[in-house]
Write a protein that binds this ligand. Structure first.
Ligand code: PMP
Ligand code: GLN
Length: 378
């Protein structure tokens, strides 16, 4: 069979979690919490099933949930999205990304991405016949020089993918970044796919710079969010896409033939849970405490910590320890030290190796302490 994605193998998250299990290593690789989500949420799902929410939800999402999302967005950002025409509930962020790209990208269209990048972007673009135009960012700050972005523009540039807070680097976009971006796209018909799944995980009092805060960007953007991160329930695979009506219309044309609709009782449960704003406002402080704890533990190792302004990922350089490739180094960490991480080269299509590994700190303190103890002597 002729592969549509010849260069693509199994995603790094599956590979590393499997290796972690095989070697009985502490798994700080794939991003997911090792503690339970709020038991109230589980009760609410049970309740919704007992209440009879066991058949197809409406194609764009349950009305109750879409209205709740609109209220949450307005509460946090003072921006309005119409639940009927501008909000679609999806099977997680990954499906929303796939669907937005499929709705817009045709053969030959170019999409600009910033690497290191979440690993679904490039293969999805290629699957659709699009061309990936990559801007490689470099440690430690992974800052974007917007004049360099402009150099990537051609007549075929159709979309730019943003991801702030960023996976895997934990970097965030500033208000100045957004202003520079506005200058670049004004007067063009370039669209934006803004992956904001870590919107709530932003630290030290910094404000999340959502594209929705800037009308020039909002009107051309699909914004992707994930309840997996917000509710500590990555396995629920629920999220949503915000986009102006003309974009949502195209999004739903694909969504209806991709999944049609998503898990019905969980949509009810999430909507009920989010009626209480305290259930979504404390999350930055919760993770900041974990970040600070993990950083203080790793300070005792020879790893060099990179800045972490957002997300639940901490990157570290091992250049003072070894000059092995990051894939070899992370393999050795699993086998010899019993800790699984992600080699950041996996987030570059060319496999660029800056000798950096990524840790997920969405874990119990006990787990983080055990891992740090093992890493002390590397
Ligand atoms: N975007 C980024 C940057 C992610 O890290 C992830 C996964 N955690 C997703 C999208 C996908 O989210 P979901 O698990 O809801 O599909
Ligand atoms: N986003 C998570 C991570 O970066 C995992 C996503 C996945 O497993 N597909 O680790």
């Amino acid at each position: 069979i002729q592969s549509k994605l010849p260069g693509v193998s199994t995603t790094i998250f599956t590979v590393m979690s499997k290796l972690a299990a095989e070697h009985n290593a502490i798994n700080l690789s794939q991003g997911f919490p090792d503690y339970a989500c709020d038991p109230k949420l589980v009760e609410l799902v049970n309740q919704a099933m007992q209440d009879g929410y066991n058949q197809y939800a409406p194609m764009p999402g349950a009305t109750f949930l879409k209205e709740t999302i609109a209220a949450k967005v307005e509460n946090l950002y003072k921006v309005k999205y119409n639940p009927d025409t501008e909000i679609t509930v999806t099977a997680g962020g990954t499906q929303a990304i796939f669907t937005a790209l499929a709705a817009i990208i045709s053969a030959g269209d170019e999409v600009i991405i910033f690497e290191p990048a979440y690993d679904s972007y490039a293969p999805t673009i290629k699957l659709l016949g699009g061309l990936v135009k990559t801007y490689e960012l470099a440690p430690p700050g992974y800052a974007i020089d917007w004049d360099m972005v402009k150099k990537l523009f051609t007549a075929r540039t159709r979309m730019i993918i943003l991801n702030s807070p960023q996976n895997p680097t934990g970097s965030i976009l500033s208000a100045d970044d957004m202003k520079a971006l506005i200058k670049l796209v004004s007067g063009t018909d370039i669209l934006i796919l803004s992956d904001e799944v870590y919107e709530h995980l932003i630290y030290d009092g910094q404000q999340h710079q959502s594209v929705m805060l800037y009308p020039e960007l909002k009107q051309r953007s699909f914004i992707v969010a994930s309840f997996g991160k917000l509710l500590h329930a990555t396995g629920w695979k629920l999220g949503y896409c915000l986009a102006p009506e003309k974009l949502t219309k195209e999004f739903r044309k694909v969504h209806q033939f991709n999944v049609f609709s998503v898990n019905s009782p969980m949509q009810q449960a999430i909507a009920t849970y989010l009626q209480t704003p305290a259930n979504y406002t404390g999350i930055a402080a919760f993770f900041q405490e974990k970040r600070d704890y993990f950083r203080s533990l790793l300070a005792e190792s020879r790893l060099e910590l990179l800045p972490c302004n957002g997300s639940y990922f901490q990157c570290a350089s091992y250049r003072n320890i070894s000059d092995e490739k990051d894939t070899d180094f992370s393999m050795r960490l699993i086998k010899e030290f019993g800790v699984a991480t992600i080699p950041v080269s996996a987030f570059y299509q060319k496999g660029t190796d800056h000798k950096i590994i990524r840790f997920c700190f969405a874990k119990e303190h006990e787990t983080l302490a055990l891992a740090a103890e093992k890493l002390k002597n590397i």
